[in-house]
Write a protein that binds this ligand. Structure first.
Ligand SMILES: Nc1nc2c(c(=O)[nH]1)N[C@H]1C(S)=C(S)[C@@H](COP(=O)(O)O)O[C@H]1N2
Ligand SMILES: [Mo]
Length: 333
């Protein structure tokens, strides 16, 4: 089924793969934007997105829909072709469920993502335990189309649903002494066959500097492709930090802790010379065992497909470059 959007020849029909609820919300946003006079750019993006969607529909699965509005944040919606849902949900890193890319999709059905609570604690005025339902309602759910670049050399373009982590951080009122944020993820040996193995130190922990955590592009994600997250992508709540290597985007978060000292992180503990705390995407700083200058976009794997050049900060330099002004990024990799 095709849903006709506008008839001035500017917009294309939108295929039904994008849920009608989604379209409806987009149209409402569009009407608001038209009233505010900023619709031009959005119309252009709409046109190209629907055109791309037609040529390669990133068909979503059959999970619960998660309503969202398209983000208007600068840099939050790349116009690149979306990775197919099938690829984004079957080629994963989630070591708690195994180390092969296909393991998480095969094994993560044992993850019970409901009921779920996230404890927020440490150097804040308002420590709290958030039930997932309350966390979901804390702010407006936005759709953000981010590139995600894995440290292993592949990348995807995924429409995430969530809101800026900064919304939650403001609510809990960090103390002046809070310099870092630590993200602790679920480590349930009953549900997760590799917890207990010696590949990594469990639970999987990640961390950000306070200004990175507060950056509006840092997303607390609850969904993708207009639906709640599949388990293998980190249900029910994960981080998405688009200018950093994928492993900074911790999945299935159970605790967020504000600290004065830089937290130890899973991959840094496993191999400090290979994975630094910052892990910003940087084509100029190679991994000790491979180059980071290029990447393979999942879904573009033809024989003649050229690798893509990896961009500084994964292409988000205009938005986040300032965070690292004056820092030696070869040392602080
Ligand atoms: N808890 C947890 N989070 C994790 C990982 C993991 O093994 N465990 N892998 C990371 C890595 S290496 C990547 S590339 C991304 C992959 O996210 P995706 O599968 O949704 O694309 O998740 C990150 N988050
Ligand atoms: Mo990764």
């Amino acid at each position: 089924m095709l849903i006709q959007t506008r008839h001035d020849g500017f917009l294309h029909p939108v295929p039904s793969e994008i849920t009608s609820r989604h379209i409806y919300q987009d149209r409402r946003d569009l009407i608001k934007l038209m009233a505010s006079g900023t619709a031009g750019a959005v119309l252009a993006s709409w046109a190209s997105r629907s055109g791309l969607a037609q040529s390669d529909s990133p068909r979503a699965g059959k999970l619960a829909p998660l309503q969202s509005v398209r983000s208007s944040l600068p840099g939050a919606v790349t116009m690149e072709k979306l990775t197919a849902y099938k690829d984004a949900s079957s080629y994963n890193n989630y070591y708690e469920f195994g180390t092969d890319k296909s393991d998480p999709a095969q094994n993560a059905h044992s993850l019970r993502s409901s009921p779920w609570t996230v404890e927020v604690e440490g150097l804040i005025k308002k420590p709290a335990r958030y039930a997932l339902e309350d966390l979901l309602k804390l702010s407006v759910q936005e759709e953000r189309v981010y590139r995600l670049r894995c440290v292993e050399g592949w990348s995807m373009v995924i429409p995430w649903v969530g809101y800026s982590l900064s919304e939650l951080i403001r609510k809990v009122e960090p103390l002046g002494s809070a310099k870092y944020v630590e993200f602790v993820t679920l480590a349930d040996p009953k549900a997760m066959p590799f917890v207990g193995s010696r590949v990594l130190d469990w639970p999987y922990v990640e961390g950000l500097r306070m200004d990175e955590a507060m950056h509006p592009l840092t997303l607390l994600g609850f969904g993708m492709y207009g639906e709640v997250l599949p388990n293998q992508n980190g249900a029910p709540v994960r981080l998405v930090v688009p200018w950093k290597y994928g492993f900074k985007s911790s999945k299935s978060i159970v605790k967020i802790r504000f600290t004065e000292k830089q937290p130890g992180t899973a991959w840094n503990k496993a191999a400090a010379n290979e994975y630094g705390f910052f892990s910003n995407v940087n084509p100029g700083v190679d991994h000790p065992r491979w180059s980071q200058a290029t990447e393979r976009r999942i879904g573009e794997d033809g024989l003649l497909t050229r690798k893509r050049k990896t961009l500084m900060f994964n292409g988000y330099e205009a938005q986040v470059g300032q965070l690292y002004a004056g820092m030696d990024l070869k040392k602080n990799f």
